[in-house]
Structures are given as structure tokens and as C-alpha cells.
Design a protein around this ligand. Structure first.
Ligand code: ACM
Ligand code: ZN
Length: 628
């Protein structure tokens, strides 16, 4: 039982009064003592009480007038889809009613931005927050207290939540270049992310395989740059380059009107949309559209179709590169209200710069030591452009090389290969953690043989969940420069919307909790069971989530001398039982139970599945091993 210091009579206190009250409520059949709640991300402080608030069609909801334009339609529509009820939402002062939900603007200035208090009593629910974001977040927690499929009169347990985010940056990145996703798909994901208090949507809009945003001054960026030859169905790394005369049917882009619609939809959901225009490299789609921005005279560029994309860096020496980018950034900056603009800066192959006369003249004129410093020069010019448009520049951690990138915010992705997660904050850069090892959800989430093709590496739900973004090496002052953390979905291996969702969920929920909840309230076992509870919500929202949590990792060691094969079966999911067969049949809960390493005969074929206590198979993807 959670200890409670509140004086409110409805909260359980240790001792007799609490016990008597508990008995009374149980006798009256109106309480859920001990029933745990399933909120993701886990709030910082929850005090469970006794009893319930009864939500019904008669419940009135009051919201502050100043937020009515945004909050009223949002609340009304969510309550309708969650509950199938048309609840009345009133803006302004509460009148008369004694059974209500009240959103109250707090005058408590100690309440940080996005924080909220949510108190459920038997006769009322009161939400207090200092800003719109806090109200929105409180509502997400409240929604998650309503059981899926509930209708009629719904019991919401008496409780008190005090909550605020650990990090201000709680991001999700989606690459729409490698595979374009429709406006409707983007809206659906923003809606889902926001339900888990994700507040930044990093939109990777340009790359070698497609330019996805309309730029009015440069129409060829989308006339040519948004379309590529069809190599779908062929493994990413096996694709032959596109030919000039081939049709280019694969792709798509967002018009500026569509971008505005997405930004507005996100704003109502407390999600800021940060555009990424990835330069100087990852720019094959741009170069295919405007080849004059390449180092050398060459005109037969095509948008990349997959595999490696050589010659994908813009010329860093030509002045017209900067003029062009200034116009692009100008349009993008005007479109997106975010204070940030991401310019990429990653993975630049600088070999052409070594040979290019324009690049070499710039190296000489600017007294640069090498092409690493030419990259810094390029990044500093980009920074000047971005700042001149009233924005702050973000770049991937490569922009630290050479002379650094004064004024930039860094996305530290190469943790484990380099140490940007330490170097960037230590050098005074505001830093967002995007560790490829922990947060690149383009990697598969289960055993390779049970998942579709992907990049090397596995990021299981628990690996992402247990990731601690702040490295131990940082001092408090350095750690304060960490703005937050973000999961990234690169899209080389996600050809369909269904597969994109499969990769996003449920790992987006783990990322949300890493970003929101303090380490002290995180716990894998609880998170696992909460996520399992949320599968019903994802299903209700028509999300194609993965059940790889239930996959079994199988391996064996052969002992030829003794004619034995030692079988190892592991799962990240806790609380279930593995059953397996050795005769090629599909296992049921009547098969052999796996209780630890077991010695089998070489030559056998093991098939294993994970089962719940009622004997239900949790994932249809069985692990199969031939002990040879
Ligand atoms: C990256 O993964 N190239 C940022
Ligand atoms: Zn050049």
C-alpha cells in the first residue's frame, strides 16, 4: 500500500480507521482496493485511495476558457471514441453541479510546465496544471484510467497523482524519405505518441531516397526529388541503381498546406514538430533535382532507390549551395513554429571535397586545415542561416568534428562507437540522446529469425526501457544540458504502413517512459504488465503493434562426445511458461515445460512457445531449433 500523507478522508491510512473504511467499501461493493492502475508513462507519484468516481453521461466537464478552443473539441472527440459517450464540456466557471470533472488553471507557480495534479474523489475529479500542456497530459492519464471498451457508468478509482516530466524533450523520429508515409498516417502516429506524453515529433523529411516537402522556390525538389524507380520487394542492399529512362512511381511528398495541417494537429496534442533537412550529405534526392549543387559537372543523377548512395554530398565550396539552402531554410522556418530546425550533418563522405576545385579554394581562402574543417565551415554557415531565420540549429553528433558547431544543439546517436553523449554536454552543447544502440527502433525487436529484414542489432522492448539516457560520467551541470531522449525509426526496412507501426509499437511506449519517468519509479516488471494492458488500447486504436515481447531466444551447445545438446531458451517477458516439443509438432501447454537448461539428443528439432497461466499461446511466432 502506498503511504499517504494527505488528510483527505478517502485515502487509506495505515491503522484501524483505514481498515474499517476498507471493509465498508468492500461491503458496499464500490471499491477497488489494491487494484493497480496502468498509466504509461508511469507518473512520478501515485497515491491510491478507496472507492471510485462514477463517470456517466451526466458527468459535466469544466475547462478554463482560455484553453477552450483547443481543448474542448479534443476532449469531446476523445471521450466519444474512448467511451462512446457525448459528455458535456463547458468552458469557464463551474456552476452548481456536484459530480464533475474540473480542469483548473493552477496559480501555484512552483508547478513546472507540463506538470499536473490529478485527484479523483468519489464526487469529483480535479485536475490542476499551470499550462495547456499540463492539462493535456493530465487528460492522457485520466483516459488511461478508463477501461477499454467501457460503457455506461464507469468507475474511476479514487487516487491522487502528482506528475511532471523528467525531460523536456521526449521525442520520436520518423524517416519518411526511405519510405513515404501519408499525411493520414502521420496524424495517426502523432495522436498515438501524444497519448503517451511524447512532445516532440522529429520529421526526417529529406534523404537520398526522396525529398518529401514542397519548397515553392525549387519545384524540382518534389517534381523529381520525391520520386524514385521501383525496387520494392528487392532487399535494400541488393538494389540496382535507377536509370534515367525508367518510370519513377515510388514516392510522395507533403504540400505546405498539408504540413501546416499536421503542425496544427500536433500543436493541439502538445507535440512540437521539428523538421529535418539533412545536408550536406544524404542529399542525393536534392542533387538529382539540382545537379548544379554537386562538386562536379555531371547531370545524370537519379534519386537513390536503396543500397549505398554514393555522391550524395552537396558541394561545400560553391556559393550557390548556400544561397539555395538559405531559400530552402527560409521557407521551412516560416512553415514550422518550432524554435528548432534540424540540418542533419551526419555521415558525410568528404572524398569529393578533397578533389573539388570549389571546395579546395574554400579550404584555402578560409584557412582551413582539412575537409573536416570544411564540414565545420559548412555547418557554421548553416547555423548562421538558421539563426537568421529566428531558429536554433540541431545537428547529428558528426557536426562536432573539425572545429565544432558553436550554437548548435546536438543529437548524440553514436554512443558506443564514439562518445558524443559525454563529449557534447561536456563541451557545453545542449544535447538530445538518440543512442543508436538503445533508441534506434529500426533495429529488430526480437530474434532475427522471427523478424523481418532489418539493420544489424536488436533493440528489444526491455533494452529500450532499461536505457538510462544520462551517462554516469557527467557532472550535474553537464547533465543539466541533456534536454532529453528520443527514439528514431529509420525506414529502409519498413516498406508498408503496417510494418512501420509494428516497429513503432510498443517500443514508443517504452521510450515515452524513459523520457518522462524518473528512474526511481521505473520498473520493468510493472512496465511489462502495463504494456500488456495497453495492447487492448493499441488494438482499439487500430495500431499494428508487435508481440515480439513474447518471442523466445533459443540457442544450444553441442557436446558431441557425450551425444548431448544443451538447450537454452530465454524470454524478456516475465511471468510466463515455455513449453516445447522435440518431435516437430506444434507445442501446447501439454508439451514439455522448460524450467532451465536441459540436455537433449543431437538431431532433434525443438519447437518452443510461450504460454500464459491459462495455457494460451502468447505469440504465434514459434522458436524453432535444429540441434545439429
Ligand atoms: C544517423 O543515424 N545517420 C543519424
Ligand atoms: Zn565541392
Amino acid at each position: 500500500m502506498i503511504k499517504n500523507t494527505s488528510s483527505n478522508q478517502y485515502y487509506l491510512k495505515e491503522g484501524k480507521i483505514g481498515f474499517l473504511l476498507l471493509c465498508l467499501f468492500i461491503l458496499l461493493g464500490i471499491s477497488h482496493p489494491g487494484k493497480s492502475i496502468a498509466i504509461i508513462p508511469q507518473p512520478q507519484e501515485v497515491k491510491m485511495g478507496v472507492g471510485a468516481f462514477k463517470l456517466s453521461a451526466k458527468t459535466k466537464i469544466y475547462i478554463p476558457k482560455e484553453y477552450a478552443d483547443d481543448l474542448k473539441p479534443y476532449l469531446t472527440s476523445k471521450l466519444k471514441t474512448d467511451l462512446g459517450m457525448d459528455l458535456q464540456v463547458y468552458s469557464g466557471r463551474k456552476t452548481g453541479s456536484n459530480h464533475y470533472i474540473l480542469f483548473e488553471k493552477s496559480v501555484d507557480i512552483s508547478l513546472p510546465s507540463e506538470a499536473y495534479q490529478l485527484r479523483v474523489d468519489p464526487d469529483k475529479i480535479v485536475i490542476k496544471a499551470g499550462d495547456y500542456a499540463g492539462m493535456f497530459n493530465a487528460f492522457q492519464s485520466l483516459r488511461q484510467l478508463i477501461p477499454v471498451g467501457a460503457s455506461g457508468e464507469i468507475n474511476i478509482p479514487v487516487l491522487a497523482i502528482n506528475d511532471q516530466p523528467r525531460f523536456a524533450w521526449r521525442g520520436m523520429m520518423l524517416d519518411v524519405s526511405r519510405h513515404f508515409r501519408s499525411k493520414e498516417f502521420i496524424l495517426k502516429q502523432i495522436d498515438q505518441f501524444s497519448a503517451y506524453k511524447i512532445n516532440k515529433f522529429h520529421w526526417h523529411l529529406t534523404d537520398d531516397q526522396g525529398w518529401r516537402i514542397e519548397i515553392k522556390k525549387y519545384p524540382k525538389l518534389t517534381q523529381k526529388g520525391a520520386w524514385r524507380a521501383d525496387r520494392e520487394g528487392i532487399s535494400w542492399w541488393q538494389r540496382s541503381p535507377a536509370m534515367a529512362e525508367e518510370p519513377k512511381p515510388v514516392g510522395g511528398f507533403y504540400t505546405q498546406e498539408e504540413v501546416k495541417e499536421i503542425i496544427e494537429y500536433a500543436r493541439i496534442r502538445n507535440v512540437e514538430v521539428i523538421p529535418e533537412i539533412d545536408v550536406p550529405a544524404h542529399s542525393k534526392a536534392l542533387i538529382a533535382s539540382y545537379p548544379e549543387l554537386f562538386c562536379f559537372e555531371k547531370s545524370n543523377f537519379e534519386v537513390a532507390v536503396g543500397g549505398k548512395a554514393p555522391d550524395n554530398a552537396l558541394c561545400a565550396g560553391r556559393e550557390n549551395t548556400y544561397q539555395f539552402l538559405e531559400h530552402v531554410i527560409s521557407e521551412v522556418a516560416a512553415l514550422f513554429p518550432s524554435p528548432y530546425l534540424h540540418i542533419g550533418g551526419d555521415e558525410c563522405d568528404k572524398r569529393n571535397w578533397l578533389k573539388c576545385p570549389h571546395c579546395q579554394i574554400t579550404v584555402k581562402d578560409q584557412q582551413l586545415q582539412n575537409v573536416e574543417e570544411l564540414q565545420s565551415y559548412f555547418i557554421q554557415r548553416m547555423n548562421a542561416i538558421v539563426v537568421s531565420k529566428g531558429k536554433k540549429m540541431i545537428g547529428w553528433d558528426e557536426i562536432l568534428s573539425g572545429k565544432g558547431a558553436k550554437g548548435a544543439t546536438i543529437m548524440a546517436w553514436r554512443r558506443g562507437m564514439h562518445s558524443p553523449e559525454i563529449d557534447a554536454p561536456r563541451s557545453g552543447y545542449p544535447t538530445i540522446m538518440t543512442s543508436f544502440q538503445h533508441s534506434y527502433i529500426s533495429q529488430v525487436q526480437g530474434p532475427n529469425e522471427l523478424e523481418a529484414e532489418g539493420p544489424k542489432g536488436i533493440v528489444t522492448l526491455s533494452k529500450l526501457y532499461n536505457h538510462e539516457p544520462i551517462p554516469q560520467e557527467l557532472t550535474k551541470a553537464e547533465a543539466d544540458l541533456v534536454l532529453g531522449t528520443q527514439a528514431c525509426l529509420w525506414a529502409e526496412f519498413t516498406p508498408t504502413p503496417e510494418h512501420t507501426e509494428y516497429m513503432l509499437y510498443p517500443r514508443a511506449l517504452a521510450n515515452a517512459e524513459v523520457a518522462w519517468s524518473n528512474p526511481a519509479v521505473k520498473n520493468w516488471s510493472r512496465f511489462q504488465s502495463t504494456v500488456e494492458d495497453h495492447f487492448a488500447r493499441l488494438k482499439r486504436d487500430d495500431i499494428n503493434f508487435s508481440r515480439s515481447l513474447y518471442s523466445i531466444y533459443g540457442s544450444y551447445a553441442l557436446d558431441k562426445l557425450n551425444q548431448k545438446a544443451m538447450l537454452y531458451l530465454l524470454t524478456e517477458a516475465e511471468g510466463y511458461t515455455i513449453y516445447y516439443t522435440v518431435d516437430g509438432t506444434i507445442p501446447t501447454s501439454n508439451a514439455m515445460r522448460y524450467d532451465g537448461v536441459v540436455a537433449l539428443k543431437p538431431g532433434m528439432t525443438v519447437r518452443a512457445g510461450l504460454f500464459d497461466k491459462d495455457g494460451n499461446l502468447l505469440s504465434s511466432k514459434l522458436t524453432e531449433l535444429k540441434l545439429k
